[in-house]
Design a protein around this ligand. Structure first.
Ligand code: NDP
Length: 257
């Protein structure tokens, strides 16, 4: 008779084994949400490639990761040639990609009348084009791995809109259409693509906001943490029957928008 004793350790080990030594590329992994995602995936046994424009920041993020065999790459995701070269190098030196998380993003909050065209382009190029370029560059490599998955980081304002964030919201809404379409395109190759839409999360991006003001409108009455978003990203990466979906992680904010 075979007896299995389930303990927290057993559950943890079985979860770890599922993602054991998978290669995960996290764009925007040097800070905020991407950094928390990198930490969690490393804890679960993935090899990490952390990508950001700042090389030192990416290296520092890699240095704090659990385990060894992680890498840092400096790359501006809005630049086609840089993205192409970076992903070619990743595949050559680190192997095929199982997970891609697109967390690189910028904001330039302002009313539309005050938004400069160069800021519009910067938002579009980083938040929307950037994710398109990294997905395009990673897909061929992902075809060679079992259970490959992409998570794009959108935003609750991409679903609901927000005054003062017209262009930012548009980039995130565009990311939703892109995610659903790509999910359809690559489902037959068993690659899943989902969007995670956070609300207010404590990172450098929201450092200028006063939580007391913002949290009043949030049903859970507080901002979220990058670690809470990372848990949801892990869920989407591991959920083998979920694709083309939007998962909102916002403390209930969209219920009242
Ligand atoms: P942070 O500002 O804390 O981190 C952004 C990360 O993206 C950094 O690692 C940054 O590194 C990287 N990055 C920015 N531009 C580029 C680029 N062109 N190429 C490569 N890397 C880049 O932001 P958050 O962690 O808060 O945001 C992560 C994602 O979540 C973003 O897409 C954001 O829009 C989204 N989001 C955040 C919310 C929040 O409340 N914080 C709410 C909803 C959505 P570097 O500067 O060195 O390049």
């Amino acid at each position: 008779m075979k007896v299995t004793i389930w303990s927290e350790t057993t559950v943890f080990l079985s979860l770890s084994c599922r993602v054991m030594s998978r290669l995960a590329v996290v764009c925007g992994g040097s800070r905020g949400i991407g950094r928390a995602v990198s930490r969690l995936l490393a804890e679960r046994g993935c090899r990490l490639v952390v990508v950001s424009r700042g090389e030192d920041a990416a290296r520092t993020a890699v240095a704090e990761l659990h385990g060894a065999d992680h890498s840092a790459f400096s790359c501006d995701v809005s630049k086609e040639e840089e993205v192409q070269k970076t992903f070619e190098t990743i595949q050559r030196t680190c192997g095929n990609i199982s997970y891609l998380v697109n967390a690189a993003g910028v904001n330039r909050d302002a009313l539309l009348l005050r938004t400069k065209p160069q800021d519009m382009l910067s938002l579009l190029h980083t938040n929307l084009l950037g994710s398109m370029l990294t997905c395009r560059a990673a897909l061929r490599s992902m075809l060679h791995t079992q259970g490959a998955a992409v998570v794009n980081i959108g935003s609750v304002v991409g679903l609901k809109g927000n005054a003062g964030q017209c262009v930012y919201s548009a980039t995130k809404a565009g990311l939703e259409g892109f995610t659903r379409s790509l999910a359809k395109e690559v489902a037959s190759r068993n690659i899943r693509v989902n969007l995670l839409a956070p609300g207010f999360i404590h990172t450098d991006m929201t450092a200028g906001l006063r939580e007391e003001d913002g949290a009043r409108s949030i049903p859970l009455a507080r901002f979220g943490t990058p670690e809470e978003v990372a848990q949801a990203v892990l869920f989407l990466l591991e959920s083998s029957y979920v694709t083309g979906q939007v998962l909102v992680v916002d403390g209930g904010l969209q219920l009242v928008l």
